[in-house]
Design a protein around this ligand. Structure first.
Ligand code: CA
Length: 230
């Protein structure tokens, strides 16, 4: 059984090999990327258990990657710095990193830190399951946030309420009446209200690369969210 899925963000080839070999040997699944933009895509695609993030990266540095990740992901991050600069450590923690490590470090110390952060995160995630993933979509029902392919999709309150209702009833048809009652409340009976908002929502979440369809219309009845897309 895997100790956890890690994304290692590191531009130094020797360091990449060392981390990949040593962490794999200790039971982790390790995916290595060598720059910030690829790190963001990888986290969105893979939802790793933890990100080990080098600060010294070409282009977008590790602090920038960390700040960007924190806009939509609460997953564990350990930042790694080459120099022991106290202000960098402060910055790292302010950016939302869970821990901070300075090179050079012993692999044993790194593994201990990773396990400690995973343990703490595990306690949190068992309390509330707030993030649902459907294809390229990541829906956080507490933060009321929708991410598609790593990019936040701006939706209105009504659109989010609709999406949440679909997510909670995935792969089941919701009738116009059920949706009207759930989102708008009693006294609303015009299916066009549902239709307009569902169309707007679909335009936002279903366009883009791949063009998968998730919300399916059942003529005269209502809509269904397909968790597998099509
Ligand atoms: Ca580096």
């Amino acid at each position: 059984m895997s100790e956890g899925r890690l994304i290692v963000v590191e531009d130094d080839l020797a360091m990449q090999r060392l981390l990949k070999t040593q962490l794999t040997a200790r039971g982790f699944d390790v995916h290595v990327v060598d720059n910030g933009p690829d790190a963001l895509t990888a986290v969105a695609d893979m939802s790793p258990d933890l990100v080990l993030l080098d600060i010294g990266l070409p282009g977008m540095d590790g602090l920038e990657v960390c700040r960007n990740l924190r806009e939509w992901s609460s997953g564990p991050i350990i930042l790694v710095s080459a120099q022991d600069a106290p202000q960098t450590k402060e910055q790292a923690l302010e950016m939302g990193a869970d821990d901070y490590l300075t090179k050079p470090f012993h692999i044993g110390e790194l593994v201990a830190r990773i396990r400690a952060v995973l343990r703490r995160a595990g306690k949190l995630t068992t309390q509330v399951q707030t993030v649902v993933e459907i294809g390229p979509l990541r829906i956080d029902t507490v933060k009321r946030q929708v991410i598609r392919d790593g990019v936040e999709v701006r939706v209105t309150k009504t659109e989010f309420d609709l999406l949440k209702e679909f997510v909670n009833n995935a792969d089941r048809v919701l009738t116009y009446d059920q949706l009207l009652r759930a989102i708008w409340g009693p006294g609303y009976d015009d299916p066009r209200l549902v239709h307009v908002h569902v169309c707007n929502l679909r335009r936002k979440i279903e366009t883009g690369p791949g063009g998968m369809r998730y919300i399916i219309a059942t003529a005269g009845v209502g809509y269904m969210l397909r968790s597998s897309g099509g």
